[in-house]
Design a protein around this ligand. Structure first.
Ligand SMILES: [Zn+2]
Ligand SMILES: [Zn+2]
Length: 370
Protein backbone atom coordinates (compact mmCIF):
# COMPACT_ATOMS: atom_id res chain seq x y z
CA UNK A 1 0.00 0.00 0.00
CA UNK A 2 2.97 2.32 0.50
CA UNK A 3 4.49 1.68 -2.88
CA UNK A 4 3.15 4.85 -4.53
CA UNK A 5 4.31 7.20 -1.78
CA UNK A 6 7.39 9.37 -2.01
CA UNK A 7 10.24 9.05 0.46
CA UNK A 8 9.20 12.20 2.32
CA UNK A 9 5.63 10.92 2.66
CA UNK A 10 6.93 7.62 4.01
CA UNK A 11 9.16 9.50 6.47
CA UNK A 12 6.22 11.61 7.64
CA UNK A 13 4.20 8.43 8.22
CA UNK A 14 7.08 6.85 10.11
CA UNK A 15 7.33 9.87 12.44
CA UNK A 16 3.55 9.96 12.89
CA UNK A 17 3.52 6.32 14.01
CA UNK A 18 6.22 7.10 16.60
CA UNK A 19 4.00 9.92 17.93
CA UNK A 20 1.17 7.38 18.29
CA UNK A 21 3.53 5.06 20.19
CA UNK A 22 4.35 7.96 22.56
CA UNK A 23 0.63 8.52 23.09
CA UNK A 24 0.08 4.83 23.87
CA UNK A 25 3.09 4.76 26.21
CA UNK A 26 1.54 7.68 28.03
CA UNK A 27 -1.65 5.67 28.52
CA UNK A 28 0.42 2.69 29.62
CA UNK A 29 2.35 4.60 32.26
CA UNK A 30 -0.90 5.61 33.97
CA UNK A 31 -1.89 1.94 34.16
CA UNK A 32 1.54 0.91 35.40
CA UNK A 33 1.35 3.52 38.15
CA UNK A 34 -2.08 2.31 39.25
CA UNK A 35 -0.90 -1.31 39.24
CA UNK A 36 2.03 -0.31 41.39
CA UNK A 37 -0.27 1.44 43.88
CA UNK A 38 -2.37 -1.73 43.93
CA UNK A 39 0.84 -3.70 44.75
CA UNK A 40 0.40 -5.91 41.71
CA UNK A 41 3.97 -7.34 41.75
CA UNK A 42 3.49 -8.77 45.25
CA UNK A 43 0.28 -10.46 44.13
CA UNK A 44 2.04 -12.66 41.56
CA UNK A 45 5.38 -13.04 43.29
CA UNK A 46 7.40 -10.75 41.01
CA UNK A 47 10.61 -9.45 42.55
CA UNK A 48 9.96 -5.88 41.40
CA UNK A 49 7.65 -3.73 39.32
CA UNK A 50 10.15 -3.95 36.44
CA UNK A 51 10.02 -7.76 36.60
CA UNK A 52 6.24 -7.62 36.69
CA UNK A 53 5.97 -5.34 33.64
CA UNK A 54 8.64 -7.26 31.74
CA UNK A 55 6.92 -10.61 32.22
CA UNK A 56 3.36 -9.40 31.66
CA UNK A 57 4.17 -7.44 28.51
CA UNK A 58 6.86 -9.82 27.24
CA UNK A 59 9.20 -6.93 26.44
CA UNK A 60 12.90 -6.23 26.83
CA UNK A 61 14.08 -5.34 30.31
CA UNK A 62 15.29 -1.87 29.24
CA UNK A 63 11.85 -1.05 27.88
CA UNK A 64 10.15 -2.29 31.07
CA UNK A 65 12.58 -0.26 33.17
CA UNK A 66 11.82 2.91 31.15
CA UNK A 67 8.10 2.33 31.43
CA UNK A 68 8.23 1.93 35.22
CA UNK A 69 10.56 4.90 35.48
CA UNK A 70 8.14 7.02 33.44
CA UNK A 71 5.19 5.87 35.54
CA UNK A 72 6.95 7.03 38.70
CA UNK A 73 8.45 10.26 37.37
CA UNK A 74 6.00 11.70 34.79
CA UNK A 75 3.89 13.08 37.61
CA UNK A 76 6.83 15.23 38.73
CA UNK A 77 7.61 16.44 35.22
CA UNK A 78 4.28 17.51 33.79
CA UNK A 79 5.91 19.92 31.33
CA UNK A 80 8.08 17.23 29.76
CA UNK A 81 5.15 14.82 29.67
CA UNK A 82 3.00 17.41 27.86
CA UNK A 83 5.77 18.05 25.42
CA UNK A 84 5.58 14.34 24.53
CA UNK A 85 1.79 14.34 24.22
CA UNK A 86 1.27 17.60 22.36
CA UNK A 87 4.57 18.58 20.75
CA UNK A 88 5.78 15.39 19.20
CA UNK A 89 8.62 14.38 21.57
CA UNK A 90 9.06 10.60 21.53
CA UNK A 91 8.79 8.37 24.59
CA UNK A 92 12.53 7.61 24.62
CA UNK A 93 13.34 11.32 24.28
CA UNK A 94 11.03 12.18 27.17
CA UNK A 95 12.46 9.49 29.45
CA UNK A 96 15.97 10.80 28.66
CA UNK A 97 14.93 14.39 29.45
CA UNK A 98 13.40 13.33 32.78
CA UNK A 99 16.54 11.39 33.72
CA UNK A 100 18.58 14.50 32.90
CA UNK A 101 16.31 16.69 35.06
CA UNK A 102 16.48 14.11 37.88
CA UNK A 103 20.28 14.13 37.68
CA UNK A 104 20.16 17.79 38.61
CA UNK A 105 20.46 19.52 35.23
CA UNK A 106 19.13 23.08 34.90
CA UNK A 107 15.92 23.83 33.03
CA UNK A 108 18.02 25.37 30.22
CA UNK A 109 20.14 22.22 29.90
CA UNK A 110 17.03 20.05 29.71
CA UNK A 111 15.61 22.29 26.95
CA UNK A 112 18.96 22.24 25.18
CA UNK A 113 19.01 18.42 25.34
CA UNK A 114 16.07 18.22 22.90
CA UNK A 115 18.44 19.48 20.19
CA UNK A 116 20.91 16.63 20.75
CA UNK A 117 20.68 13.01 19.70
CA UNK A 118 19.83 10.48 22.42
CA UNK A 119 23.44 9.36 22.81
CA UNK A 120 24.36 13.01 23.44
CA UNK A 121 21.69 13.26 26.15
CA UNK A 122 22.99 10.07 27.75
CA UNK A 123 26.44 11.71 27.98
CA UNK A 124 24.87 14.85 29.49
CA UNK A 125 23.18 12.70 32.15
CA UNK A 126 26.45 11.00 33.08
CA UNK A 127 28.26 14.35 33.32
CA UNK A 128 25.50 15.91 35.42
CA UNK A 129 24.85 13.13 37.88
CA UNK A 130 26.65 13.03 41.21
CA UNK A 131 26.89 9.76 43.05
CA UNK A 132 25.50 10.22 46.54
CA UNK A 133 26.30 7.97 49.52
CA UNK A 134 22.73 6.67 49.22
CA UNK A 135 23.41 5.73 45.56
CA UNK A 136 26.57 3.93 46.61
CA UNK A 137 24.78 1.91 49.27
CA UNK A 138 22.00 1.01 46.86
CA UNK A 139 24.47 -0.19 44.22
CA UNK A 140 26.47 -2.15 46.78
CA UNK A 141 23.50 -3.91 48.33
CA UNK A 142 22.09 -4.60 44.84
CA UNK A 143 25.26 -6.41 43.69
CA UNK A 144 24.73 -9.93 42.41
CA UNK A 145 25.96 -12.53 39.97
CA UNK A 146 23.89 -15.43 38.73
CA UNK A 147 24.91 -18.41 36.63
CA UNK A 148 22.18 -20.76 35.52
CA UNK A 149 22.15 -23.87 33.35
CA UNK A 150 19.31 -24.62 30.95
CA UNK A 151 17.33 -27.81 31.55
CA UNK A 152 19.81 -30.33 30.13
CA UNK A 153 22.86 -28.23 31.11
CA UNK A 154 24.00 -27.98 27.50
CA UNK A 155 24.35 -24.21 27.93
CA UNK A 156 24.69 -21.79 30.84
CA UNK A 157 23.55 -18.20 31.04
CA UNK A 158 25.17 -15.67 33.32
CA UNK A 159 24.39 -12.11 34.26
CA UNK A 160 24.65 -9.71 37.13
CA UNK A 161 25.36 -6.22 38.32
CA UNK A 162 28.47 -4.96 40.08
CA UNK A 163 29.55 -1.70 41.70
CA UNK A 164 31.61 0.37 39.24
CA UNK A 165 35.07 -0.37 40.63
CA UNK A 166 34.45 -4.12 40.91
CA UNK A 167 32.90 -4.22 37.43
CA UNK A 168 35.90 -2.37 36.03
CA UNK A 169 38.30 -4.85 37.65
CA UNK A 170 36.40 -7.85 36.29
CA UNK A 171 36.17 -6.27 32.86
CA UNK A 172 39.89 -5.48 32.76
CA UNK A 173 40.90 -8.98 33.85
CA UNK A 174 38.66 -10.57 31.22
CA UNK A 175 39.71 -8.15 28.47
CA UNK A 176 43.44 -8.60 29.18
CA UNK A 177 43.01 -12.36 29.04
CA UNK A 178 40.94 -12.09 25.85
CA UNK A 179 43.73 -10.04 24.27
CA UNK A 180 46.22 -12.81 25.09
CA UNK A 181 43.90 -15.24 23.33
CA UNK A 182 43.72 -12.99 20.29
CA UNK A 183 47.50 -13.14 19.99
CA UNK A 184 47.21 -16.95 19.89
CA UNK A 185 44.14 -16.97 17.67
CA UNK A 186 45.97 -15.28 14.81
CA UNK A 187 43.76 -15.37 11.72
CA UNK A 188 41.15 -17.72 13.18
CA UNK A 189 37.72 -16.14 13.19
CA UNK A 190 36.51 -15.14 16.65
CA UNK A 191 34.56 -12.15 17.88
CA UNK A 192 35.58 -10.06 20.86
CA UNK A 193 32.55 -11.36 22.79
CA UNK A 194 33.52 -14.97 22.06
CA UNK A 195 37.10 -14.38 23.21
CA UNK A 196 35.82 -12.77 26.41
CA UNK A 197 33.83 -15.89 27.24
CA UNK A 198 36.85 -18.07 26.37
CA UNK A 199 38.93 -15.86 28.67
CA UNK A 200 36.47 -16.30 31.52
CA UNK A 201 36.59 -20.07 30.95
CA UNK A 202 40.39 -20.29 31.18
CA UNK A 203 40.40 -18.04 34.25
CA UNK A 204 38.04 -20.50 35.90
CA UNK A 205 40.26 -23.44 34.84
CA UNK A 206 43.32 -21.72 36.31
CA UNK A 207 41.47 -21.09 39.51
CA UNK A 208 40.52 -24.76 39.84
CA UNK A 209 43.67 -26.47 38.57
CA UNK A 210 46.46 -23.93 38.83
CA UNK A 211 47.84 -22.40 35.65
CA UNK A 212 50.45 -25.07 34.95
CA UNK A 213 49.70 -27.88 32.57
CA UNK A 214 50.37 -30.81 34.92
CA UNK A 215 49.77 -33.98 32.93
CA UNK A 216 47.54 -32.09 30.53
CA UNK A 217 44.41 -33.69 31.83
CA UNK A 218 41.98 -31.02 32.92
CA UNK A 219 38.89 -33.19 32.84
CA UNK A 220 39.57 -36.06 35.23
CA UNK A 221 37.68 -39.34 35.05
CA UNK A 222 34.30 -39.01 33.39
CA UNK A 223 31.64 -41.54 32.58
CA UNK A 224 29.81 -41.11 29.31
CA UNK A 225 26.53 -42.85 28.52
CA UNK A 226 25.42 -43.50 25.00
CA UNK A 227 22.87 -45.38 22.97
CA UNK A 228 24.24 -48.91 22.55
CA UNK A 229 22.22 -49.63 19.41
CA UNK A 230 24.49 -47.31 17.47
CA UNK A 231 28.16 -48.02 17.41
CA UNK A 232 29.05 -44.59 16.04
CA UNK A 233 29.21 -42.09 18.90
CA UNK A 234 28.94 -39.29 16.31
CA UNK A 235 25.24 -40.11 15.91
CA UNK A 236 24.21 -40.39 19.49
CA UNK A 237 23.54 -37.87 22.18
CA UNK A 238 25.63 -38.46 25.24
CA UNK A 239 25.50 -37.43 28.84
CA UNK A 240 28.41 -37.11 31.17
CA UNK A 241 27.54 -38.68 34.48
CA UNK A 242 25.94 -36.12 36.79
CA UNK A 243 26.95 -33.46 34.33
CA UNK A 244 26.09 -31.59 31.19
CA UNK A 245 24.68 -33.16 28.04
CA UNK A 246 27.29 -32.98 25.31
CA UNK A 247 27.48 -33.62 21.57
CA UNK A 248 29.99 -35.73 19.64
CA UNK A 249 32.59 -32.95 19.32
CA UNK A 250 32.77 -32.44 23.06
CA UNK A 251 32.97 -36.21 23.56
CA UNK A 252 35.96 -36.31 21.22
CA UNK A 253 37.49 -33.41 23.15
CA UNK A 254 37.09 -35.28 26.43
CA UNK A 255 38.78 -38.33 24.89
CA UNK A 256 41.88 -36.19 24.23
CA UNK A 257 41.93 -35.21 27.88
CA UNK A 258 40.85 -37.25 30.83
CA UNK A 259 40.10 -40.87 31.59
CA UNK A 260 36.86 -41.82 29.93
CA UNK A 261 34.62 -44.75 30.65
CA UNK A 262 31.94 -45.43 28.08
CA UNK A 263 28.70 -47.11 29.14
CA UNK A 264 26.36 -48.28 26.39
CA UNK A 265 22.67 -48.06 27.15
CA UNK A 266 19.52 -49.39 25.56
CA UNK A 267 16.57 -47.03 25.48
CA UNK A 268 15.19 -48.44 28.72
CA UNK A 269 18.36 -47.26 30.41
CA UNK A 270 19.89 -50.69 31.12
CA UNK A 271 23.67 -50.67 30.74
CA UNK A 272 24.90 -53.33 28.31
CA UNK A 273 28.54 -52.61 27.60
CA UNK A 274 30.95 -51.00 29.98
CA UNK A 275 34.39 -50.11 28.73
CA UNK A 276 37.21 -50.06 31.23
CA UNK A 277 38.78 -46.65 31.38
CA UNK A 278 41.03 -47.57 28.46
CA UNK A 279 39.99 -44.78 26.22
CA UNK A 280 42.40 -42.43 27.90
CA UNK A 281 45.84 -41.73 26.45
CA UNK A 282 48.28 -43.77 28.61
CA UNK A 283 50.51 -41.54 30.80
CA UNK A 284 53.73 -42.86 29.21
CA UNK A 285 52.48 -41.89 25.75
CA UNK A 286 51.43 -38.45 27.02
CA UNK A 287 54.92 -37.84 28.36
CA UNK A 288 56.58 -39.10 25.18
CA UNK A 289 54.48 -36.79 23.02
CA UNK A 290 54.97 -33.79 25.34
CA UNK A 291 58.73 -34.36 25.34
CA UNK A 292 58.86 -34.84 21.54
CA UNK A 293 56.87 -31.66 20.70
CA UNK A 294 57.85 -29.37 23.58
CA UNK A 295 55.30 -26.73 22.56
CA UNK A 296 52.15 -26.19 20.52
CA UNK A 297 52.84 -27.63 17.06
CA UNK A 298 50.64 -25.19 15.14
CA UNK A 299 52.78 -23.18 12.73
CA UNK A 300 53.61 -19.79 14.25
CA UNK A 301 52.09 -20.47 17.69
CA UNK A 302 54.30 -19.64 20.66
CA UNK A 303 51.76 -20.37 23.39
CA UNK A 304 52.81 -22.76 26.16
CA UNK A 305 49.46 -22.46 27.92
CA UNK A 306 47.96 -25.80 29.00
CA UNK A 307 49.72 -27.96 26.43
CA UNK A 308 47.68 -31.08 25.71
CA UNK A 309 47.86 -34.04 23.34
CA UNK A 310 45.24 -34.19 20.58
CA UNK A 311 44.25 -37.08 18.28
CA UNK A 312 45.02 -36.06 14.68
CA UNK A 313 42.64 -38.74 13.38
CA UNK A 314 39.75 -38.59 15.80
CA UNK A 315 39.40 -41.45 18.24
CA UNK A 316 35.82 -41.94 17.06
CA UNK A 317 37.09 -42.22 13.46
CA UNK A 318 39.45 -45.01 14.45
CA UNK A 319 42.46 -42.90 15.40
CA UNK A 320 44.71 -44.50 18.00
CA UNK A 321 46.73 -43.35 20.98
CA UNK A 322 49.92 -44.03 18.97
CA UNK A 323 52.33 -41.07 19.33
CA UNK A 324 52.25 -40.60 15.53
CA UNK A 325 48.53 -39.84 15.82
CA UNK A 326 49.03 -37.37 18.64
CA UNK A 327 50.05 -33.73 18.43
CA UNK A 328 50.70 -31.30 21.27
CA UNK A 329 48.46 -28.23 21.20
CA UNK A 330 48.03 -25.17 23.38
CA UNK A 331 44.69 -24.69 25.07
CA UNK A 332 43.39 -22.22 22.48
CA UNK A 333 44.27 -24.25 19.39
CA UNK A 334 43.04 -27.43 21.01
CA UNK A 335 39.73 -26.36 22.54
CA UNK A 336 38.66 -23.29 20.59
CA UNK A 337 40.13 -23.77 17.11
CA UNK A 338 39.83 -27.54 16.72
CA UNK A 339 37.15 -28.96 19.01
CA UNK A 340 35.14 -25.72 19.12
CA UNK A 341 35.37 -24.26 15.62
CA UNK A 342 35.74 -27.60 13.84
CA UNK A 343 39.18 -27.18 12.30
CA UNK A 344 41.41 -30.23 11.76
CA UNK A 345 45.13 -30.67 11.61
CA UNK A 346 46.24 -30.87 7.99
CA UNK A 347 47.91 -34.29 7.77
CA UNK A 348 50.18 -33.11 4.95
CA UNK A 349 51.70 -30.32 7.04
CA UNK A 350 55.13 -30.89 8.69
CA UNK A 351 54.94 -32.46 12.16
CA UNK A 352 56.34 -29.44 14.03
CA UNK A 353 54.68 -26.77 11.86
CA UNK A 354 51.12 -28.02 11.58
CA UNK A 355 48.50 -26.12 9.62
CA UNK A 356 44.77 -26.06 10.38
CA UNK A 357 42.20 -26.87 7.73
CA UNK A 358 38.41 -26.89 7.49
CA UNK A 359 38.48 -29.85 5.11
CA UNK A 360 37.11 -33.31 5.93
CA UNK A 361 38.58 -34.85 9.11
CA UNK A 362 41.72 -36.96 8.67
CA UNK A 363 40.93 -40.67 8.23
CA UNK A 364 43.32 -43.34 9.35
CA UNK A 365 46.54 -42.64 11.21
CA UNK A 366 49.96 -43.33 9.74
CA UNK A 367 50.27 -46.54 11.71
CA UNK A 368 48.78 -48.34 14.60
CA UNK A 369 45.12 -47.71 13.81
CA UNK A 370 42.67 -49.18 16.30
ZN1 LIG B 1 41.72 -33.00 20.91
ZN1 LIG C 1 48.74 -23.03 19.80
Amino acid sequence: MYSRQTISELEADLVAVEAKIAELRSEQHVLVRELEYAQAPQSDGSRSMVDYVQSHLDIRRDTARDLVFAARRFVHHRGLHDRMLYRGATFDRTVAAIKLADAGASQDDVTESYRRDLAGVARMIVRTRHVTPADERRVFSGRYFTIQPNLDESTYRMWGEAPGVVGRTIEKAICDRADDLRATAGDLPSTRAQRQLDALGVMALDSLNGSTTGDGSSVGQVTVFMDARRDNPQETATIIEYGPRVGPDTLEEIMCGGRVQIVGLYTDGIPVVTSPAVRAIPPAVRHTVAHRDGACVIDGCVSLYRLEPHHITRFTDGGSHHPDNLATLCWYHHHVAIHGNGYHIDQDSPAQRRRLTKGPPPRGSPRGVG
